[in-house]
Design a protein around this ligand. Structure first.
Ligand code: 5GP
Length: 178
């Protein structure tokens, strides 16, 4: 398996580009079946979800909107636990079916915060799509509707996810070795 360096850390390839793209295709197929006919707004969570959102959304075959908000809780390789930024929300959410697009669900704090906002904004229904999910770290009861991959509780980069700002452009997902 391929190994790479980002800044002071070493990472090993964990999910290849091919595997990721195949899974996104499956998720899009499922959404095309389940969501066609609804008034859907996809809501990508920046920065990490931008590639997943793009690759997923281009495979959506019914008329739909996409918008992005920014909500960041991470610095370096450990969760700070506090959410720092919330910007965006220029799309009308009221009475729409919202599909939140996350890069990764870890503790679920970010997700809980976003869902709170969607409830305030009177979304008709909310579904959650996340490329990656760390079940061992998850502390919430919010059900996740479209999961790309369940992964162990290790730090990952690539396909939108960063280490100190780097690695987002990698087409595969890499896991931290040391
Ligand atoms: P949560 O609020 O669920 O604890 O964390 C969600 C956010 O933390 C993600 O959107 C992502 O930005 C960041 N995050 C969580 N785990 C990882 C990881 O393994 N690698 C990277 N790069 N970011 C992570």
């Amino acid at each position: 398996m391929k190994e790479i360096h980002i800044l002071d850390k070493k990472f090993r390839e964990y999910l290849t580009e091919k595997v990721i793209q195949q899974r996104i295709e499956e998720l899009a197929l499922q959404m095309n079946k389940e969501l066609a006919g609804k008034e859907v707004v996809f809501l990508g969570i920046l920065n990490g979800a931008f590639l997943f959102a793009a690759d997923l959304f281009r495979r959506i075959e019914f008329p739909a909107r996409i918008s992005f908000v920014k909500l960041a809780s991470y610095q370096g390789t450990s969760s700070s636990g506090s959410i720092k930024e919330l910007i965006g929300w220029n799309e009308d959410i009221k009475d729409k079916a919202i599909v939140v697009i996350e890069d990764i669900v870890d503790t679920g704090n970010t997700l809980e915060r976003i869902i709170g906002e969607l409830v305030i904004r009177k979304a008709a229904e909310v579904r959650i799509a996340s490329l990656l999910y760390k079940p061992l770290a998850y502390t919430k009861n919010i059900p996740l509707d479209y999961i790309g991959f369940e992964i162990p509780n290790d730090f990952v980069v690539g396909f939108g996810l960063d280490y100190d700002g780097f690695g987002r452009n990698l087409p595969s997902v890499y896991t931290l070795i040391n």
